[in-house]
Unconditional design. Sequence first.
Length: 178
Amino acid sequence: MHLRKLGVALVLSVASLAFAAEDVVTATHGTITKIDKSAKTISVKTADGSEHDFHVAKDTTFHGADVAANDSWHGLNAGSEVVAHSTKRGTEDTAVEVDKLGKDGLKRTEGTIKEMDRGGKKLVVTTADGTDHAFRLSGNAAADAGKDIGEGTEKGTKVAVYSTEHTGEKVAHFFEKM
């Protein structure tokens, strides 16, 4: 009886680790090179020249894009600068969030980190003119801050923050070291 309970506990532990691994979100910053509406995929080329394909699911969220635009797919076109926040679902990289940057996209703020609280999801950046800008970090931005996208993002680090504004609050969806 105890061996059976131990076996069930082991199976559940391994299964929970597998699901946890699927929840890991990675941010990819680049330019859309191809959109395949029928396959529901986008291809993004990064600055280092590598190409990444992402499946766009029903629950994928979009920021900074005019999703109602007739000449685009979810407000995106080939040539759009984006950050695709993705996770592995089965064998596919699935975009859980796509942030459009650049013209008509998320607002870019450049500055130096004055304060960052990953747990509290808060980031304060001082711009060149000495103005402090406070941002609430989205879940993906807070998670990215602890990985390669946010390496070296301590106090005094120069960063570019990409944000939206909702009811007077600035929300950082992505930031990167400059």
